[in-house]
Design a protein around this ligand. Structure first.
Ligand code: PLP
Length: 392
């Protein structure tokens, strides 16, 4: 039989990390000692009090049945309380919060809820691949907003063609940012609200890294800005906050109409999150403050070791503000980010993500995820000193 995929599926770029995984597997098969800083997946285990809650809740038969599509009321209340405590933002737990099977799930379903064929979506570049790819899968057209170092890796809204802005239904934003580690401030979010109001665009702010920050400076929520709830929603996840990437639990909150449209899509595609996971999620939000503190202490130390280490051996590099990523600008001599990452793997047995894999404007950079311990990061710096000296 002749099996052909749809044109739009065929038009998606290969999943970036799949290609890296293949190269890595090959290197491992050859018995090489790989330091993998490629994928943004915390190595720190989920805290035991959260696991205990899951264990307890998993034993209760009433949690074995289909969960409500809209999530347990208790989980939505815990999210509202956490939001109030953390950001001083009021949310109605019934109408303005929707639990998700990981925030990626909600992000990827947004275009289905709002796009008609050919509608535009403003996406940051470089950026998390689902913004662009979910747009393509919903027959929409991604319109790139370049993130440049010269502008603090924030999109320059006043350079967006107004005709394109008028045809855009959605705008994805993500701060603290993966991959650039940039943060956004209040004045930027205020401009976003103005811009979105003017052009009638739904803002989808991805705040997956709101709890990964250094120097005690807490990133703000988009919803803290007046008018934000009129124009958009914010995605959150327990994945990076509590080292729960495998658990698949997050939520979207904000504009009631946007959330009810997304809920309608979801109810036709998936069902509610396993209740035992929601019960564990409640515990993480109520009792997890010290986890966030400990995580950030660990990431802060790692960042110190890696960034200062690279500086000491002659690399030019800015200290990140938040997230666990280091967005390294490549020296002029290096031709491309793919070439850099292959040399890094071949010579030094280190895996990093080529910037171009996260978008055209990521060319000239490589992303290192600080998801290994300090000793490994010290070793990585040592190897770069020995094997990449000619690149500087
Ligand atoms: C990790 C990550 C997420 C979180 O994904 P989950 O589906 O909640 O695990 C969302 N956005 C970005 C930019 C990320 O890097």
């Amino acid at each position: 039989m002749d099996i052909t995929v749809s044109k739009k599926l065929g038009s998606l770029p290969p999943y970036l990390f799949a290609e890296i995984d293949t190269a890595k597997r090959k290197a491992r098969q050859e018995g090489r000692n790989i330091i993998d800083l490629g994928v943004g997946d915390p190595d720190i285990p989920t805290p035991s009090f959260i696991i205990e809650k899951l264990y307890e809740a998993a034993k209760d038969p009433k949690n074995h049945r289909y969960a409500l599509d809209q999530g347990m009321p208790e989980f939505r209340i815990a999210i509202a309380e956490w939001y109030k405590k953390r950001f001083n933002v009021d949310l109605n737990p019934e109408k303005e919060i929707l639990p998700l099977i990981g925030s990626k799930e909600g992000i990827a379903h947004m275009p289905i809820a709002f796009l008609d064929k050919g509608d535009f979506v403003l996406v940051p570049d470089p950026g998390y691949p689902p913004y662009k790819n979910a747009t393509i899968l919903a027959d929409g057209k991604p319109q790139v907003m370049p993130l440049k170092a010269s502008h603090g890796f924030l999109p320059e809204l006043d350079t967006i063609n107004p005709r394109i802005a008028d045809k855009a239904k959605l705008m994805f934003l993500n701060y603290p940012n993966n991959p650039t580690a940039a943060v956004a401030d209040r004045s930027f979010y205020e401009k976003v609200v103005q811009f979105a109001t003017l052009h009638n665009i739904i803002v989808c702010h991805d705040a997956a890294y709101s709890e990964v920050y250094f120097n005690g400076i807490k990133p703000m929520s988009f919803l803290e800005v007046p008018g934000a709830k009129e124009v958009g929603v914010e995605f959150h996840s327990l994945s990076k906050t509590f080292n729960m990437t495998g658990w698949r639990v997050g939520w979207v909150c904000g504009n009631e109409k946007v959330i009810s449209a997304l809920a309608k899509v979801k109810s036709n595609i998936d069902s509610g999150i396993f209740q035992a996971i929601q019960v564990a999620g409640i515990a993480s939000l109520r009792d997890g403050d010290s986890v966030i503190e400990q995580n950030n202490k660990i990431y802060g130390e790692r960042c110190q070791v890696f960034v200062e280490g690279l500086k000491n051996i002659g690399w030019k590099i800015d200290k990140p503000h938040a997230t666990f990523y280091v967005w390294l600008k490549l020296p002029r001599k290096v031709k491309s980010s793919v070439e850099f990452c292959s040399i890094l793997l071949e010579r030094a047995n280190i895996v990093a993500t080529p910037g171009v894999g996260l978008g055209k404007y990521g060319e000239g950079y490589a992303r290192f995820a600080l998801t290994l311990d300090k000793e490994k990061l010290k070793e990585a710096v040592e190897r770069m000193k020995v094997y990449l000296v000619d690149m500087l």
